[in-house]
Design a protein around this ligand. Sequence first.
Ligand code: NCD
Length: 462
Amino acid sequence: MRATRHIASINDLSNEEIGAVFELALSYLDTLGDPAIPHRIGKSTEIASGLVLATLFFEPSTRTRLSFESAMNRLGGRVISSADPATSSTAKGESLADTVRVVSNYADLIVIRHPRDGAARLAAEYCPVPVINGGDGGHEHPTQTLCDLFTLKQKNTSLKGLNIAIAGDLRGSRTIHSFVYALARFGANLVLMPAKGLELPSHVDRRLREEFRCIMAKPPADAGESGNIDALYVTAKEPHQLSLIPENVDIHVKLTSRIDALYVTRLQKEREPGRNYGEYPTVDAEFLKGPQYSKTSVMHPLPRVGELDRKFDSDVRASYFEQASYGVPIRMALITLIMGLAKEKSLTRYPNGFSTSKSVHYEDPLREGLACGNANCITHDPLEQASIHPKFAIVPAPNSSKSILRCHYCETDIDDFVLAQRQAHTFTTGAAIQSLSAKDFAQHLFFSDGKAAKAAGYFPAK
Ligand code: NCD
């Protein structure tokens, strides 16, 4: 029997698998491309004939849903769609876990978009057919990243060594989170240009450095004094970013002399409603007048809402509509591979890339101890309480005996916690937990701090 593959994160795909998706997407463009309009699929095949795709979208979407649906139609398959939570049983209080269990009887593959971080991972746990994440809260958007990387691949011989600048809302943009992991894995350099207060979440930043050995740079100290760079490097002096500059690398010179691509997103206001946002960068010809931008591909996952000047659309560097057009061939290739429809290749042939599924996990089925620290995590969704419980991967910190807990669903990290021993009714702070196995965890429980452990009836160990 074919093992069911789910794609909740870009890290569920190995680099080889991503390469296989690109190869097949190219061959679809070659054989089914519209000769009159570049990058457009204009013909269909019957390879997915008889198969049904369900798109379950609990958040607005144009590109992701329609390009998935177009892709399935071009492959000769059929599509059923729930695009509005108000008209689905969610409005009656049905859980996502129940919804996907039911819909898996109606479709062979499900694409899901949801406002909660980690929703796709939860859906995958309850779904016997493949689930693909079409964007889960502020967590990830892996198929957008496939389109983004493919765009870069079309314009450059290799991703390795490219200098990619990323501007705007690095905190709330799920497209950026998947994108930076993939860039790091393929050996690109990242130049981060977050709007003030919208830096990468600390767990993303940590994984880039510790797991993917990423080279990152902060803008040069004189960024504000050299022409229009001021507008670019909005938070040049963040202390945590300083520490990311590798020693002995003259990264300033290299990066400011050539930016291969600039990736911009809109401010993701819906992620933190009520938050007071500061100034947001606007990308236009003025922003891009420096010599380092003379050959920069300007990318955006779209929609844009003012941060990317429409007047720039006719500039040869504008790459965002091309990027959007790859949504169809890329998703055709992904569907083909995940469903095992290509004779030569199938995603099931490759091992999972970097997923935390390989780590030791601690679970708290009775919700007695620590909960995920991310308020938007699917584990906090009132509708899902009966279907999900806190589950954390134990992640060893490099060069330290200290491990961290990473939420299995939204991948947010918890650095500080206390470990309680059920039988002894005691707890310890700063315990080394690397050596504990999944079996040991039956006897242990994590709490956020000593106060929470005491409230649950545990005493500090002598
Ligand atoms: C993005 C998303 O939904 O995260 N849109 C998309 O799928 N291309 C970007 C956004 O909404 O800003």
